[in-house]
Design a binder for this molecule. Sequence first.
Ligand code: IMP
Length: 173
Amino acid sequence: MSTTTVLIRSEEIQSRIRALAGEIEADYPPNDEIHLVGVLKGGFMFMADLVRAMSSRVTLDFMAVSSYGKGTRSSGEVRVLKDLDSGLEGRNVIIVEDIVDTGLTLHYMQDILKARFPRSLRTACLLSKPSRRQVDVKVDYIGFTIEDRFVVGYGLDYGEKYRNLPDIAILNE
Ligand code: IMP
């Protein structure tokens, strides 16, 4: 195992997520349901904390896609490994992603979910690395904007490790 250096502390993540949850709720009429679609596996922790900071009008579902292999570079290939359990027609849907890097994964997710006729479709990403973008993709809610560093922890992995770290950290060489 390599050593890691903390980039964003757990307390900072939690407080930013509470602010994001407030922002999201304020953007929808009070009686509207909000359906969150989490992208596995990286988005599981963000989803768990985000929904706990929101009111009971929230429902959720998960989708699993593969975009990266065991390394740190995007393969450009995105495959659906697990689809949603319920339909999206007429619902206010928010995609919940761990990180937007090249944007390829999100672009693909937005396309396939749009084709299911949600009433509205927005995206929330905990992290964004704008300098790496290859496709123009709209992200409505961003937790933190970071530089081009490979990060792990808080759901994010390197070769399936480090997902359980409570902080977001940089992997040392
Ligand atoms: P994109 O398609 O290049 O935007 O990549 C999105 C996916 O790549 C994310 O959902 C992550 O699973 C993974 N990814 C991108 N950057 C990182 C990183 O710094 N650490 C861990 N995983 C990453």
